[in-house]
Design a protein around this ligand. Sequence first.
Ligand code: ZN
Length: 401
Amino acid sequence: MVLVKIYEKKISKYKKDTSLKLIQYNLFICKYCFDRNFKNVKEKIIKYKTSVNIVRTENKECNICKNLFQKTILKIKTDIINSFQFVNDNSNKSIEIGSSIPFQLFEKEDNLRSLFKIKGVPNIKTHYNAIIRNEVIKETRSTLNHLNPDIRIEISVDIKLNYEIKYKTKEIVLLGRYNKYQRGLIQRFKKNSMNNNEHILNNNSDTYRNTTIEEIILDFLYKQSGSKDIKIGWSGSEDKDSLVLGNGRPFIVKINSPKYRNFQKMLNIKNKLSLNFLEIPTNDPRIYQKYKIQIKTLIKVIDDSLEKADLEKIICKLIGEIKYRFKNKIVKKKIYSSSYKMIDKKNFEMNLVLDSGIPIKQLIGGNEFIEPCLSNLLNKKCECVFFDIDDIIINNNLTGY
Ligand SMILES: [Zn+2]
C-alpha cells in the first residue's frame, strides 16, 4: 500500500496543476523484475494527468527488489558450491533451496501489480528461488527434491541484502551388525557409570578410546560421516565374555546432520571386532525407533508342567495386536509370527517376530498389564529365563509404520 499511497500523493499533487501537460513519472525496474512482471503487460499507465512509466534498467536501483537479484545471486551460488557440502563430496545429492526475503520487497511488487493489474505470474520469491536452484544444479551434481532432499539449503536475506545460508542434511539411518572376536570387550558402559568414564577420558584418552564396542562404533562413524550427533538403538547385548559370531548382533544407528553421505561402511579390527553397516533408504526417520525384531526366548513353567498340545493350542493366539501400559499410556504394537520348540515338560523355546520395544519378560510372565500374555493363555505361570535378539527386520513397505 505504501507505494500506491506515494503514487496517489504524487498524482493528486499534479491533479491540482491546471495545465494539461502530462506528468512523466519513471519507475526503474531491474531486468529480473521487469521480465517477471512486464513481459506481457503495458509498461505505461496513465492515471489522472500522470503517466507512470516502467523503465528497464541495469544501473539504477530496482524499485521492486532493491537489486536483490543482481547483488546476491552470484555470491550465494558461489558460497553454496564452495561450501563443505559440495567441495569435498561431489557425489549425487538431492537438494532443496528455499529463501526468506524482506516483506517490503513483496509489498512493493504487490502494489505495482495492483496498479498495473498484473495477475497470474510468479512472485519475487518464487522467481528468486528458481534462479538460485538452477544455478546451483548447473554447477553441482545434484538434483532437486522438494519433499525429502539430502540437503535442505535455507537462505535468509535482510533488508540491507546481507544474507545467511543454512544447511540441513537429512539423517542417515543404518542397520549395523557387529561381530566380536575378543572376550572381555563390553558393549557399552552403564549410564550410571558414565561419570567414571569421563574421568578416564580426562586423564588418559587412549585408555578411554575403544574400551567399549559403543565407543569404537561412535568413533568410527563420527569420523566417517562428519556428524556431531549420532544415536545407537541397541537390540540386546551379550555377556562381556561371550563372542558374537555368525551374522553378528544387529543394531540401528541414526546419524543426524551428516557432512558426508557416502562413506566407508565397514571396519575390521583384527581379532577384536568387525562392523558392517547397511544404509536404510527411508523417508520416515521414525524407523530409528520402529522396526521389527526377531527374538529367541527360553521359557520355564513355574510349579507346573506342560504338554506339546498346550502350546500348540495357544501359540497362534499371540499373533496380532498387543497392548501394554507404558508411562500411564496404553501402547499398541504387533506380533507377526510365533513358533515354539519343546525342550522338556518344564522348558521350551519360543521364537517371535514382533515390533521393537515390546517388553518381552512382561509378555511371558505378565506381572503387569499386557494382552495377550503367554502365562494367561496357557493358564500356567511362566518365566522368561533368557531372550536374545536374532535379527532386526526392516521393511519400508510395512503398513502401520
Ligand atoms: Zn528487481
